[in-house]
Write a protein that binds this ligand. Sequence first.
Ligand code: KG4
Ligand code: ZN
Length: 366
Amino acid sequence: MKILGIETSCDDTAMAILEVQSKKRKVKSGEKIKVLSSIVSSQVKLHAKYGGIVPSLAAREHTKNIGHVFDLALEEADVKNFNKEIDAIAVTRGPGLGPSLLVGITFAKTLSWIFKKPLIGVNHLEGHIYSNWLEPVGVSSKFKVKSEKLFPILNLIVSGGHTELALMKNYGKYEIIGETLDDAVGEAFDKTARLLGLGYPGGPAIAARAAKFKVESSKLKVVFPRPMEHSNDFNFSYSGLKTAVLYLLRDLKAEGGTITDDIVNEIAHEFQEAATDVLVKKTMKAAEKYKVKSLFLSGGVSANSLLRLNLNRATAEAGVKYFQPPMEYTTDNAAMIAVAGYFNYLKNKKIRTAYDAVEMDANLGF
Ligand code: KG4
Ligand code: ZN
């Protein structure tokens, strides 16, 4: 079967076609999943000048781009006849920006209604989790559905809007065991980048400057706090880390110093160390407590090389299987929505051809 995935929860207009080697609505051992196309139309340049996403602008851009993205997704997957070749539609129903979500959901409902196709509403975070099931376009997934002994899985979902530790005992069964009490880790990267004058999105900019830092040219020898590192729960806090950067810059300026490139590199480096350190330590503590078999990393911040490297090392030492999504599925995309939609479709026998099956849910957790 072939599934169309649609994602418009934030500032990316994305559509993808996923192929599953099965005609039946049953999980069979040995089934393979393949992404046939994955199109992402980014609005980064538009929002960059505002230092963050402007919801009404994002919705307007989705409306402008969605038809073109749809055509491209079908063309690249070589789908010539939508009605004959596409079996179901999966769309992000939340969480996300209300005006942005409405564009994708309305487009999906219209298609579902015209072509009488099943419509599956997908939680955006569940989409991120399932990005781990994917391989680059045209390559079959390494997982044979249901053939791997992966559960229980610990999910570390790190993005611009979320920092969650979700225990997954089986397909569709989640328990949030930890989350941020204030800013999300991606948000901290973005806000700190803005303080350093590095632009938006901040994650890649900070990582690039951190890579330029050389210990021998260290001027500040600064050590940022590792917030909640030793707390007895699995929660996180990132607003203090951003404030530590703010105060440091304020003090440096008050002392009459200039913020040179070397200083920016050093702050970016130490910020990245502090932000990822807490993530790795708390995740591994949770992995031990819940005796998980696997760890899945996902969300935009999962593109961070330091985080990938350190989780890889820590899981190898602890004997936990470690998975991270291919780079193209770390930030928002529709292939992850299509694959999460597929697993939901298998689970929920009630999903039928229905144009009112999906409610927008901007605030729903799991
Ligand atoms: O998942 P995503 O595309 O959108 C949300 O659902 O929020 O995540 C975007 C976030 C942004 O905060 C961005 O700065 C961060 O992911 N990000 C990174 C990196 N690449 C993207 N953070 C750290 N290091 C990176 N290399
Ligand atoms: Zn996301």
